[in-house]
Design a protein around this ligand. Structure first.
Ligand code: PLP
Length: 394
């Protein structure tokens, strides 16, 4: 059996046609395959590798922590310096009301924790979410996912979840005293980059305040500088009650987090005690890596450079076959006429050394979410290749 056959034999397959590129190393803005071929990475592990692949500071932090201790105890009982340092750093970068961090292993688990906490705090039956939203694939997260295609095969799901059009009046009108929480992405990523109007988000905040509803914002793709500010919500003049973090949080290591006020988080402490548990959440090596990555992000001022890079992509990505280029910082979608065009471009771009992807709910769009470290030269080279491939569509 060759390597590809082994991959298909021994690993669960979730797609009939996986890319199956055999990666042997990844550094900075590049992936390298088994033949040593270099690919400009335009998606950074799907908004994960904000400081680039294998940043030396992150690797050093992982090495140093691995020599101290790995897993020592389930979440919450022992003082582990990497967890503490990372939680202090994260809360220090957020508005004052965010005082407490619950570390998980993934974004979906952060979503689960938030849904549980909202139910526990409010004792209300309903949850509002948006069409075309994505919050993960565990059963609770799947229940709030905004796509019937993915939800339907796994019913019964969580009861009391209602979906509305992101940005609509209908959504605002649905906020009432029966609702425990509204869960939305700050920018809808898998929908092909759909940003809300500032006024809509502010109205949503007001409605939540009026009816005592918790506003949970999923910053899993938009956090850590991706949209040009540390957190996406900063650009909308509102403060959510809870945020979900993941993806870039761990600097390339698996992590998620729920961040909220001490008052809300304390509901996990009593009745029942141990209201939320995880064995590996907040793993010390992941926390050490995440803290190192966050320090790199700040020191190299990566968020501050996002707008300029976003602008360059817009200037370069001009072609009559491109329907639209949408972006919120380095979270971008190139819309083509259809999925067939996207698949052809992705395939030929990969052949020419550019790695990208499409979106779950927008398969007519090419995803651009590179490491924030991407250089001007790489942007120019990647766009030239994409344009060449788009040009060959006719
Ligand atoms: N929320 C958003 C906005 C995401 O994009 C994702 C993953 O793509 C998740 C939640 C789920 O995160 P994870 O895959 O770590 O469970």
């Amino acid at each position: 059996m060759n390597t590809r056959q082994q991959f298909q034999q021994f690993l669960a397959q979730t797609s009939p046609e996986p890319v199956a590129l055999h990666i042997t190393s990844a550094h900075g803005n590049y992936l390298f395959d088994a033949d040593g071929k270099r690919y400009i990475d335009l998606i950074g592990g799907i908004s994960v590798c904000n400081v680039g692949h294998c940043h030396p500071d992150v690797v050093r932090a992982i090495q140093a922590q691995s020599e101290q201790y790995l897993h020592v105890m389930v979440y919450g009982e022992l003082i582990q310096t990497p967890q503490l340092a990372f939680a202090r750093k994260i809360t220090g970068l957020l508005p004052e009301s965010f005082e407490s961090v619950y570390f998980t292993n993934s974004g979906a688990e952060a979503c689960e924790a938030a849904l549980k906490l909202a139910r526990r705090v409010t004792a209300r039956p309903h949850v509002l979410a948006a069409h075309n939203s994505y919050h993960g694939h565990t059963l609770g997260a799947l229940s709030v996912m905004g796509s019937e295609y993915w939800r339907n095969a796994y019913r019964p799901l969580l009861p009391g979840v209602f979906h509305y059009e992101y940005g609509s009046d209908e959504f605002l009108d649905a906020v009432n005293g029966q609702v425990s929480c509204v869960l939305i992405e700050t920018v809808q990523s898998e929908a092909g980059i759909r940003a809300p109007h500032k006024a809509w988000l502010q109205q949503l905040r007001e409605r939540c305040d009026t009816h005592g509803v918790l506003l949970i914002m999923d910053e899993i793709q938009t956090g850590f500088g991706r949209t040009g500010t540390m957190w996406g919500f900063e650009q909308y003049g509102i403060v959510p009650d809870m945020i979900l973090l993941g993806k870039a949080l761990g600097g390339g290591m698996p992590m998620g987090a729920l961040v909220t006020s001490r008052k809300l988080m304390d509901h996990f402490t009593f009745q029942p005690v141990l209201g939320h548990m995880t064995t590996f959440g907040g793993h010390p090596v992941c926390c050490a890596a995440g803290l190192a990555a966050l320090e790199v992000l700040e020191r190299e001022q990566l968020a501050q450079k996002v707008r300029e890079k976003e602008q360059l992509f817009h200037e370069l990505l001009q072609h009559r076959a491109i329907v639209e280029v949408r972006s919120c910082g380095l979270l971008m979608a190139i819309e083509l006429p259809d999925n067939a065009a996207v698949l052809r471009v992705l395939k030929s771009a990969m052949h020419l050394g550019v790695f990208s992807d499409w979106f779950l709910f927008a398969d007519n769009c090419i995803r651009i979410a590179p490491p924030l470290t991407i250089s001007e030269a790489d942007i120019r080279e990647a766009c030239a290749i994409l344009l060449q491939c788009i040009g060959e569509l006719a």
